[in-house]
Ligand binder design. Structure first.
Ligand code: BG6
Length: 479
């Protein structure tokens, strides 16, 4: 449509990435191995967890490991940041690889080479007037903590994480003013290996370890918020969740109630703890019915109550449609969070249902519930791109997707939602998190590399590059 939208004057336009999906250099600068380094490329990447004897070791005879080189941001960050600056980015969302700072995770002293690398990146961003937005933990748990401590199920990991955040806050206090704790913290409910650092494939009681690990992350998150406010008083620190509004398949009240239950567990449970500072009432019933007894130490709940986050960062890719009895329905298998196919929506090449109005709904629901500033820190379309003979990429499908979602944010702002900014996911092509593919591309910037690891790694501007530049230049008026 020809409608134009008014975005706030200091709206934080930019793009988003994660260390493990762009950096490469997986052994350089004394970096230790993290979870992403031991997950192979390909659509079945997470099935490796079901293989007998899998012990988080690298097996190059059997698998490829796209994250080892990724797109080599480790060496090419200057060129990439210059391209972001050309689009007019105000912010760049990135993460720090925990294993660059603490290679094994449980050391006492941080690794200077790792610290120095991010100094160079932050300095380069500031040189171009771009503010970093930094995720502290984005699916990058040290493998040693997974093997030797069982990931977040161990209370000791809280101490190691606290050491890590202290090190980075002290080091970067003058350079980073926007932080986030755990990427998509609620994803631990569906992909525990990525966020919680363990697999529950073979366990009978999957609930107790999962929710105990979440509790440890909540304590760790509060300790991070506390430290951030003490060390960098002018910084803001947020939580980060996946938000996929849950729709009832129809008006059958039983389905509506079921959708609400799923919505509360998946979308609200973690945010309630991190934003409101307390476990929501509905979780008491859930814990009781599933025989979950948490080990909550004295002082934990007071700490969680006192140190709540300043804003909510969230990723938005899709909505989810639910029905109690799914037997007669097609499963929406591409969507990370199951559910059934929504007859009103089309899906991406990877089966993710495209729903811009769902973003307006998400923003309203989050703002109604929490009344804190919101930040859309991930959104985008993973698609196959075709490179023309002259090297150009006409990604009109990506432009259409982003335009519709930005318009939905404009609508939400008119609804009164306090929205800080928007960072489009994978602003430069990168390695997919769920499938380890390069061919699932999100970028404005094309990277010449394929799923087998071949390619020059050269960067080039897609059609969406110029489009996004105009969006930022006009502060969202020209979509
Ligand atoms: C989010 C993650 O789940 O979605 C990112 O925070 C991820 O790390 C993004 O890359 C898109 O998912 P995928 O599987 O297409 O890379």
């Amino acid at each position: 449509s020809s409608k134009t939208y008014q975005f706030p004057k200091n709206f934080l336009w930019g793009g988003a990435t994660a260390a493990n999906q762009i950096e490469g250099g997986f052994h350089e600068g004394n970096k230790g191995l993290n979870i992403a380094d031991v997950l192979p490329g390909g659509k079945g990447r997470l099935n490796i967890l079901k293989e007998p004897g899998f012990n988080f070791e690298i097996d190059k005879e059997k698998y490829t490991y796209p994250n080892h080189e990724a797109i080599d941001f480790y060496h090419r960050y200057k060129e990439d940041i210059a391209l972001f600056a050309e689009m007019g980015f105000k912010v760049f969302r990135m993460s720090i690889a925990w294993t660059r700072i603490f290679p094994k995770g449980d050391e006492k002293e941080p690794n200077e080479e790792g610290l120095a690398f991010y100094d160079r990146v932050f300095d380069e961003l500031h040189k171009h007037g771009i503010e970093p937005v930094v995720t502290i933990s984005h699916y990058e748990m040290p493998v040693d903590l997974v093997k030797n401590y069982g990931g977040w199920r161990s209370r000791e990991v809280v101490t190691f994480f606290e050491r890590y955040v202290q090190a980075i806050f002290n080091r970067y206090k003058d350079k980073v003013k926007y932080w986030m704790t755990f990427n998509e913290i609620n994803s631990g409910l569906v992909m525990p290996i990525m966020g919680l650092g363990f697999s529950i494939e073979k366990e009978e009681d999957k609930y107790t370890p999962t929710f105990q690990a979440f509790h440890h992350q909540f304590v760790a998150s509060s300790l991070a918020v506390k430290a951030c406010h003490e060390i960098i008083p002018d910084a803001q620190i947020g939580c980060m969740i996946i938000y996929a509004p849950v729709y009832s398949y129809d008006s059958n009240p039983e389905n509506v109630m079921y959708a609400l239950e799923e919505e509360r567990l998946f979308n609200y449970y973690c945010a309630d703890v991190q934003v409101r500072g307390e476990y929501p009432a509905f979780m008491k019933r859930f814990f009781k019915e599933n025989n979950i007894e948490l080990d909550i130490k004295e002082g934990d709940l007071a700490l969680i109550k006192e140190h709540t986050v300043d804003y909510i960062g969230f990723s938005y890719y899709m909505s989810r449609t639910e029905k109690l009895d799914k037997s007669d329905q097609k499963n929406a298998d591409g969507n990370i969070m199951a559910g059934v196919r929504n007859p009103f929506l089309k899906a991406s090449d990877w089966g993710w249902e495209i729903d811009p109005t769902g973003l307006q709904i998400a923003l309203n629901q989050l703002y109604d519930r929490y009344r804190v500033p919101l930040f859309v820190v991930e959104n985008g379309l993973g698609a196959y791109d075709k490179v023309e003979e002259d090297g150009s990429v006409h990604d009109d499908y990506r432009i259409a997707y982003l335009r519709d979602h930005i318009a939905a944010m404009g609508e939400a702002i008119e609804d009164g939602v306090d929205l800080m900014g928007y960072t489009a996911w994978g602003c430069i092509d990168l390695v997919s998190a769920s499938t380890g593919e390069m061919s699932k591309r999100y970028g404005f910037i094309y990277v010449d590399k394929d799923d087998e690891g071949r390619g020059t790694l050269d960067r080039s501007r897609k059609k969406s590059f110029c489009w996004y530049k105009d969006v930022i230049e006009s502060n969202g008026e020209k979509l």
